[in-house]
Every structure is written in structure tokens, then in C-alpha cells.
Write a protein of this length. Sequence first.
Length: 371
Amino acid sequence: MTDTLSLSSSRSHVPLIERYRDRLPFAPEDPIVSLQEGSTPLLRAPVLSELVGASVRLKLEGANPTGSFKDRGMTCAVSAAVREGAKAVICASTGNTAGSAAAYAARAGITCAVIVPDGKIAEGKMAQTLIHGARVISLAGNFDQALKLVRELTESHPIVLVNSISEFRIEGQKTAAFELHEDLDGELDALCIPVGNAGNITSYWRGFCELGAAPRMYGFQAAGAAPLVAGHPVEHPETVASAIRIGHPVRGEDALAAAAESGGAIRAVSDEEILAAYRLLASREGMFCEPASAASVAGLLKYGAGGARRVVCVLTGRGIKDPQTAIEHNGGSVIPCAADIGAIEEAVLGPHPPGLQPAEAPAAPPSAAAR
Ligand code: F0G
């Protein structure tokens, strides 16, 4: 490897806590549980940029080791748990926190239990959580009920809660804002981000505030699970974006404060808008994210950039985590084919099935609508 190569690639080999130790609650002698998280790519999005009339980039948080942004917070939460001598961690989860907690607990050699809403977590997330050896409890209830129950449980048992109620999670996740600030030399006007339990938008805003930066924070909830837009908890949240199927976000107040203080907003996008953005990202930008992540782009397309010139959309998780939704909503179909050259010719060269057509471009968003 040449010097230049080793220099430019070295950052990704530094565990997140080491990279930002001076800004995180860890001393040099503390034990660190790391899977080399963070230092994720920031990808230009030419198609989106053209559509919204701004320079749009995608922060690829799915490039973290377990495929979502949760790893930034989890390296901190699990390292802190190990520092305290904990033997077990637990979380309620719509899937990604579960996968991340399970992986970091495995790495640390401690026990992990996760409580997930029955039948409502994507297949890839269930698979990774199980293979890491976590105890998976499928609750006859939703995420909000699961979180209430684990909070109660950890009050009377020596198990560390690693949901984003934990300050360590927020501390770890704020590092994504540091990376954006560095990568863009502080030149960022607006951030678009999906909102579920509202820990991530809270974290970014904390990170930006620590740097004295103030991009407008635009948070997007799924319309069927939009308590922060409605102004009250949602009893039965529903959305195709299972990761953000949350009706009572524990960091809701912080998220509203982040939006208000930055001059941004928390808004809703429909499942149809989420799926349209999901397909557009995959078919035009070459980026396969999970449906919840596409809410950030759906929001940008719906409400516009509000006059912002430089925008980042956070793609929080990898598409491959939720194969079922991609298979059900890709708009195309698999072509069956007999094993002979005539059939192959027809299949390859014949009329395009819908999924092979260039994706339809959504209407341009209102240019100054994101007030
Ligand atoms: N995007 C993805 C892919 C998520 O998994 C989540 C949350 C969010 C966005 C929203 O982030 O909750 O900090 O506002 N997933 C949690 C989980 C709830 O259990 O995996 P948030």
C-alpha cells in the first residue's frame, strides 16, 4: 500500500470512541468494545440535487458494521456497561437497535436480550440478532409497550438498558454530526433525517451545537406514526417503515427542541411517499436503504430544501435488512424462462417488464416550502 492510500483509508480503521475521545465520556484507560464503526461515506446524489435544486448528499449510515447508525451509540453504551462491570444488556427495538446490541454484546462476551414487537421487525434484523446469540423476546404488543416494560424491568434487575434513553447512545450518535462538519468544512445548511424514538435527531443536534454549527434540522415521521406532528402520542402506530413504527418517542421533546432551535421542522410523509423515495434512491442513485431511511428523502422531495443550498439526507440503515419490503414494492417482476436460447432471447430482449423501465421522476418539490 502506498503512503497516500494508507493515509486516506486510515480513518475508517479507528474505533469511533478513539477518533472522538476528547468529546466523549471515555478515558484512555477505559475498555472499548468496537467493531470499527463510524467514519461512514458521504455520497453525492446528482438526481436528487437536480430534482430539488440544491446540492444533496447522502450520509450512508448503513455502512456501519451491523448496517445501521445504531453502532455509533452502541459502541459507547456497551463499552460503558463493560466499564461498570455489567454482565447483561437489554433493549426494546424495532430491529436495528436489537441487531446492534446483540453484535456488541457478543463482541464484549456479555449477555443480550431484546424485546421486539411481534411480527413487526424486518427479516434481516431478526436474522442478525439471532445469529449473534441474543435472547429474542417477541412481545404481543408494539415498540412503545416493549420500551415501557424494559424500563420497568431494568429498575429491579442488574441489566443495563441500551435504548436511546441512555446518554451514552446519544453521545455516540452525535459523532455523525462531527463527521459531516469535517467532510463539508462546516458548509451545511439543512439536515433531513427520519424520526422514530427521536434519539438520532437529538444526537445530531447535540453534535452540531457542540461545534457551534446550526444547520436546519428537518425530521420526518411516517404519517401513520407521527406523534410529534400530531402533538400527542399515537396509540396504534402503523407504517410500512417498520423501524419508525413508534407512537410515543422518548426523545420527543428533544426532537421538537432541535427542530425549533435550528429553524427546521418535524413533518410527516405518507407510506406512498416513503416507498417512492425508496425506489428512486435504489433505481436512480444506486443506493438501497431501508424504508425508514427513505423517509428523509421523501421529506426533502415533498417539502423542498427551503432555500438551503447544501443538504444532507441521513440514510440510517441498509436496504438488505428488509428484503421483504423490497420484493413486495419494487414495481417489477422476475421473468420465468425455459432453458433454451429462444426463450432467453425473448426474456432478455422482449418488452420491458415495469421494474426495468427507468424510474418515473417525481414532481419537483416546492422550492421554498420548507419554512
Ligand atoms: N432509521 C432506522 C433505520 C431506524 O432503525 C430507526 C430507529 C430510525 C431511523 C429512527 O431513529 O429512533 O433515533 O428517531 N430504530 C430504533 C430501533 C427504534 O429499535 O432499531 P430514532
